[in-house]
Design a protein around this ligand. Structure first.
Ligand code: ATP
Ligand code: MG
Length: 476
């Protein structure tokens, strides 16, 4: 690892401190979490500086409701911990403090710098290290507030709000960019993307979420540096991808990523999916559905979402393996494992999601068996709801016949006593239309494919994430 003695860091301007009145800018302590306000107040009473910083200040200034709250302070993590009853120091690379209040956590970080400082008589409080591509792998140097501002990603993310004294602190003309609704990288974009390629994804995600334009100097280098995403550890990438997929603007964000050349190499499967007939429609329906749920504040399931994103790749492999002579269900299992393994190198789907994702896929062929007791048992399964929603999505995308989805809708909406009768009816109908091509062939060994468009759904698009039974967001 190379010590980063980059001139870029040394020459990055920290900017001049400017203060503005929060009230005049339209933000008030009531817009913030009262716990975040309390944390600032408490630290200030103990003699430290403390500000709400980053996304929450930016969102409030732009009229978006802030969701998570970060506090920046000149107190050390130990000092912060000392002030609160339920506070935990976390992180090895940069240590920060989680202050817990019921189900809200306020993240408190000490002002940091990624400037390499020559400190008289020895080392600085830490080191900034980077790898051969310029990616910062370690930066735990404490710094001043001005330095803390300069190491952040975008000017609008580097604003500090002191709720006690109603002051907004701006070092890098972030307020001007708020006014213009412009997303602008702090410093030289190329360098900042090399330091941390995730910033390219953040630029696009935040611009879409906030309805901001990306400054040309911030946008232009993205295409050229897209490949750097490959250096990002998969777990971090997964977090970021999950954030963007669950932002409530997934479809628009993915479109913007593709426009900037970021979809490739990031979600390689996404490109494959888009190239497959039917695949794009399927993903768009899944994402629309997720976007709608997020905006309606309903729970969404990452496992369901990843089942959707990877499904067409599974279908393709499944068909290939089956064509090579494998039986239907083992072929599906093999296809699933190959696809999950294949994305492990780029985006690690955590095991807790992968399990549910597999269950959703595995239940799909079983929906075709409507003539046996299996149908009755299936409804009882924990993942039934998720798998059924997935089935609706496939029908809406024209991948299976709408009639199959409607049958299941009717089945589960029926009284449990009537369900057996529906199965009997199905058996009788099948006996009557036993001739091939009559379209009523159930059971294993047959895959029913519809060429036609989508029919009418009782729940258009499939309610991909509905139901308590698969609210895996809670388990994540
Ligand atoms: P979101 O709305 O997704 O929460 P956010 O900007 O608040 O957006 P967080 O991950 O919560 O994102 O980060 C909080 C703050 O930390 C940011 O506003 C920014 O100041 C800083 N930050 C986050 N990620 C980076 C990064 N990759 N490089 C530099 N600064 C970052
Ligand atoms: Mg945030």
């Amino acid at each position: 690892m190379i010590k980063a003695l980059f001139e870029r860091v040394l020459t990055r301007k920290s900017g001049v401190r400017r203060e503005a009145s929060g009230a005049k800018l339209g933000i008030r302590p009531e817009h913030m979490s009262k716990n975040a306000v309390y944390v600032c107040d408490r630290l200030q009473r103990a003699g430290f500086e403390a500000y709400i910083v980053g996304g929450a200040v930016r969102d409030a200034l732009l009229g978006v409701e802030p969701k998570d709250f970060d506090v920046a302070t000149n107190a050390s993590p130990e000092d912060v911990k000392h002030e609160f009853r339920r506070a935990f120091i976390i992180g090895r690379r940069f240590r920060l403090v989680h202050v817990m209040f019921g189900d809200e956590t306020i993240e408190v970080s000490t002002f940091r710098s990624n400037t390499v400082k020559a400190v008289e008589g020895g080392k600085a409080g830490g080191e900034v290290e980077s790898d051969a591509t310029g990616r910062i792998t370690s930066d735990n140097v404490y710094g001043t507030q001005a330095e803390d501002a300069a190491r952040r990603d975008f000017t609008i993310n580097a604003l500090y709000y002191d709720p006690t004294h109603d002051i907004v602190v701006d070092y890098l003309d972030g307020l001007k960019d708020v006014e213009k609704r412009t997303l602008r990288v702090i410093g030289k974009a190329e360098t900042r993307y090399r330091e941390d390629p995730v910033r390219m994804l953040r630029a696009i995600r935040l611009a879409v979420k906030l309805g901001c334009t990306i400054a040309p100097t911030t946008a232009k280098p993205i295409n050229e540096h897209a490949a750097l995403i490959k250096n990002v550890p998969p777990a971090r990438l997964f977090d970021e991808v999950q954030k963007l997929l669950l932002s409530g603007h997934a479809n628009a964000t993915l479109a913007a990523l593709r426009k900037h050349g970021l979809a490739e190499g990031l979600l390689p499967l996404l490109d494959l999916i888009y190239q497959q007939p039917g695949g794009q429609k399927f993903i768009e329906l899944a994402l629309d559905n997720t976007d709608r749920r997020v905006r309606e504040n309903k729970p969404v399931s990452p496992a369901f979402l990843f089942a959707s994103l990877l499904w067409h790749e599974v279908v393709k492999r499944w068909a290939e393996i089956e064509a090579a002579g494998e039986n239907r269900i083992p072929a599906l299992m093999q296809a699933m494992e190959e696809v999950i393994d294949g994305q492990r190198e780029t985006i690690t789907l955590p095991q807790r999601f992968a399990g549910v994702t597999r269950e959703i896929w595995m239940m799909q062929p079983r929906f075709e068996q409507r003539t046996s007791k299996a149908a009755l048992r299936m409804v009882e399964q924990a993942r039934f709801r998720a798998a059924y929603d997935f089935l609706l999505l496939r029908a809406a995308a024209g991948e299976i016949e709408q009639e199959l989805a409607d049958w299941w809708t009717n089945f589960i909406e029926s009284d449990p006593n009537i369900r057996q009768e529906l199965i009997n009816q199905r058996q009788r109908a099948q006996a009557r239309h036993a001739s091939p091509g009559a379209g009523a062939t159930d059971g294993p060994g047959r895959r029913r494919r519809s060429r036609g468009g989508r029919g009418r759904t009782s729940r258009e698009g499939g309610d991909g994430n509905s139901g308590e039974s698969h609210d895996t967001s809670a388990s994540g």
